[in-house]
Design a protein around this ligand. Structure first.
Ligand code: UDP
Length: 426
């Protein structure tokens, strides 16, 4: 959608007389940033709005996303049409927004999709925070440098930058805050569930009963050759259908795993996330990999597509899947942080995570999970098997994972860090 306005998600209250704090991101549901904002705004008052854009705009922003992860060709940014499309989409939204802002307000722009609003927000006298949740600790010439150069005017309007790791920040930030994300232990996504509740949720979506295979049940579509058997050991990856999450690679893992081990891939309904245009192509690739598997291996793979139209239902299903999992895998090729891993850790699940980006911030190999090279399929399988064969190790890693996540990655800590960002932004 091309629009000249922002769409409010959470009330922006200009009537209070106090300076506003307003968060702006690309999507109200789907992915880690919307998850974080939903949690944060339960802890502190602020407005929240989302930008609009059409397919051309989101193709550019997805390219920028991949570039910041070092997974795209920086030379393509030399095409002036890219930056033109980006700026033309955000300019009217910036003008509309600026008319509603006053000096002293704080606007937090999340990720590259919204950075283009910075000059208009700054011109309105508001303070501009850019929270870039993504990145990779790589040499600038592998991608980020091209973004910093192309968007130098936008970055010049930013008063403070927030990142998950120091290496993700653009050079020369006036003020830099390093604030890792967090989860809410009491939220539906993470709250304790009894074994009966888990079983009921998984039966309800058809995963263990097979009754609804291929049809949406309460917003969830399960695709599988056969239901998940009660005694199966489960390896789970929860992700958007994004190329960087390597869902096809997760399917390939099933070959060679013990025959009672099943792989569950759960992801958001791709058509529902506007800034994630590659979802359908990734699903098609997953189908192609599945089609090439021997029947007995294919029968051990279960695809779960969850609609975001009912966020509470989505959260409950993800929670139940994570609690049913014997091992939670995150085989990302790059990852800004990986809330899916935090969610698994806070539930005491043993994790196998790619040794990249924010995942290595969370997981210390052999201490609270295992780290693997995502390109080494045999190594990934070996790590999964090591955990499946050693319940004592699983318990030890899981206990430490839970304790560490409760100490470092709760929403209470995140909200306190954010207050400092708001107050200390010059
Ligand atoms: N998620 C979800 N339903 C899904 C897939 C993902 O609710 O079907 C959530 C997941 O639980 C996590 C977030 O989306 O809270 C993904 O955040 P993460 O940081 O792992 O990755 P991102 O999508 O931001 O790259």
């Amino acid at each position: 959608m091309v629009t000249a306005t922002l769409t409010p998600v959470w009330e922006i209250d200009p009537g209070s007389g106090k300076p506003l704090v307003v968060h702006v991101n690309a999507t109200a549901t789907g992915g880690g940033v919307s998850e974080l904002l939903r949690g944060l705004l339960r802890h502190q008052p602020a407005g929240w709005a989302v930008i609009g854009g059409n397919a051309d705009f989101y193709a550019v922003t997805k390219y920028l996303h991949n570039l910041l992860h070092g997974q795209a060709d920086p030379a393509r940014l030399a095409d002036p049409a890219m930056v033109r499309t980006y700026r033309a989409t955000l300019a009217p939204q910036g003008e509309w927004f600026a008319r509603r802002l006053s000096a002293g307000d704080v606007v937090v722009l999340h990720d590259p999709q919204t950075l283009g609003l910075a000059p208009a927000v700054k011109a309105a006298g508001a303070r501009v925070v850019w929270h870039c949740h993504i990145g990779a600790e790589i040499a600038p010439e592998r991608g980020p440098g091209a973004v910093w150069r192309a968007f130098a005017p936008e970055l010049a309007a930013v008063d403070a930058v927030v990142t998950t790791m120091p290496g993700f920040a653009p050079p020369g930030a006036r003020e830099l805050f390093v604030v890792p994300p967090a989860v809410d232990p009491a939220a539906t996504k993470n709250r304790e569930l009894t074994a009966d509740e888990v079983a009921a949720v998984l039966a309800g979506i058809g995963l263990t009963t097979g009754l609804t295979t291929g049809r949406a049940s309460a917003g969830v579509t399960v695709r599988q050759d056969a239901p998940l058997p009660a005694g199966a050991r489960v390896v789970l990856q929860v992700s958007r259908w994004d190329p960087l999450k390597d869902m096809p690679g997760v399917v390939r893992c099933v070959v060679g795993l013990p025959k009672d081990v099943h792989v569950v891939l759960a992801g958001t309904e791709p058509a529902e996330i506007p800034d994630d245009p590659e979802g359908l192509a990734v699903l098609a690739e997953v189908d192609a990999v599945l089609g090439g598997l021997p029947d007995e291996d294919r029968a051990r793979v279960h695809l779960v597509n969850i609609s975001l139209t009912d966020p509470e239902r989505n959260a409950l299903v993800v929670n139940a899947l994570q609690r049913r999992a014997d091992v939670v895998l995150q085989k990302s090729l790059q990852e800004g942080f990986g809330l899916t891993v935090t969610e698994a850790m806070i539930k005491g699940r043993p994790v196998v995570a790619a040794d990249v980006g924010g995942l290595r911030l969370q997981v210390t190999d052999g201490h609270n999970g295992l780290l693997v090279d995502p390109a080494d399929l045999a190594g990934v399988r070996a790590a999964i098997t090591r955990l499946l064969d050693d319940p004592v190790l699983c318990r030890e890693l899981g206990d430490r994972a839970r304790a560490g996540a409760l100490e470092r990655y709760t929403m209470r800590r995140f909200a306190a860090d954010y207050l400092k960002v708001i107050h200390r932004t010059p």
